[in-house]
Structure formats: structure tokens, C-alpha cells
Design a protein around this ligand. Structure first.
Ligand SMILES: [Zn+2]
Ligand SMILES: [Zn+2]
Length: 186
């Protein structure tokens, strides 16, 4: 399937980048676990372009943790559930363990967000609201002038619909616990 994408251009030079840098599966792999990488668009000083950078937002995850603990207590409080739905407890505990590992990991890594292309930490995130074009009938509409200035050039970066739709197959990108790229898998 072809997907629409957003292009970022500079109003002073011929710079262009596409938001598809955020696409495709990205995972951390460590301690026998695989965790999906939360990421956002940003400028990398090393790559000198727009890239995907790591994001360690806990938004929603603390509530999810609280909910899981409540679900486990409720499950344990009912002998009927304990007797007839033992698998549910296993599932809940697995999700709790995954979430705990993730939160500890985010806590430890926060402040060391890396470029997912070159592993540099010299990155500047660009909030999605800066380029939130309207997606209607599988096309982007409108133009957003971001508040981001093209480093070294000073021009303003503008987000607009890219005229071409591409068919792309993305490989699964794997990273270690420090956000260092390990390799690609099909
Ligand atoms: Zn420029
Ligand atoms: Zn980079």
C-alpha cells in the first residue's frame, strides 16, 4: 500500500526531508526482551537532517500501571476467578512486568535521547503539533510553518504534503538498551 507523507522544506535553501523517517518497526532488544521504540521527529546535528529520535514520555503509562495493579488485586480477591481463569493472572503479571521494565528503562535513559540513525545525542525534538497537517481521504492537506529554524542556514522549515506516494517496505530496525543501532531484520 502506498502511504502519503509530509515533506519538510526550507524557505531559504533547497533542503528537503520526509516524515517517513518515523515509519517502520523499531525495537530495543535487551535482557531477552523486545520493546517497541517510542520516537518523534527531530533535528540531528550530526546527520544534518530530520531524523527519528528516541522519546521517553511516561504519559499514560503510570495510569496503565495503576490499572494493572488494581486488576491483579481484583483478580486475587475472587476465588472464582483464581480457580477458573488462572491464565488471566499470568497475562496481567506479564503485562505488569513489561510495563515496569519499560518505566525503569525510560527513567534511566531520559535526557540521553539519541538519533535513531547515527546514535548522536545532539538532537532537537520537533513537536508533532508543529507539522500536524490534516489527513483526509488518504491525503495530507494544508501547510504548517514550523517554529524550527534550519541550523546553519536560518531559514524556516515548512511542512507540506509531499506530492508523491511511495510503496515502501520497511525492515525491522533493532537497537540495544542504549539506543545504538544493531541491525535490520525483514
Ligand atoms: Zn535552509
Ligand atoms: Zn544522527
Amino acid at each position: 500500500m502506498s502511504v502519503p507523507c509530509i515533506e519538510f522544506v526550507c524557505n531559504r535553501c533547497d533542503f528537503i526531508a520526509l516524515d517517513e523517517v518515523l515509519s517502520g518497526p523499531h525495537s530495543y532488544r535487551f535482557d531477552g526482551r523486545e520493546i517497541s521504540i517510542d520516537r518523534e521527529l527531530g533535528w540531528c546535528m550530526q546527520c544534518q537532517t530530520l531524523v527519528a529520535i528516541e522519546r521517553f514520555h511516561v504519559n499514560g503509562k503510570l495510569e496503565a500501571l495503576k490499572q494493572l495493579r488494581e486488576d491483579i488485586s481484583a483478580h486475587n480477591a475472587s476465588w472464582l476467578r483464581r480457580l477458573f481463569r488462572p491464565q488471566r493472572l499470568t497475562d496481567l503479571c506479564e503485562r505488569l512486568s513489561y510495563l515496569r521494565v519499560m518505566l525503569e528503562f525510560y527513567e534511566r535513559r531520559r535526557g540521553t535521547e539519541k538519533c535513531l540513525r547515527c546514535s548522536s545525542i545532539e538532537v532537537v525534538p520537533i513537536a508533532q503539533k508543529e507539522y500536524d497537517l490534516e489527513l483526509r481521504r488518504f491525503r495530507y492537506h494544508g501547510i504548517h510553518t514550523t517554529s524550527f529554524r534550519h541550523p546553519g542556514c536560518g531559514g524556516t522549515i515548512i511542512a507540506q504534503p509531499h506530492p508523491v506516494r511511495y510503496h515502501r517496505i520497511f525492515s525491522h530496525r533493532i537497537y540495544d538498551h542504549d539506543g545504538v543501532f544493531l541491525g535490520e531484520e525483514d
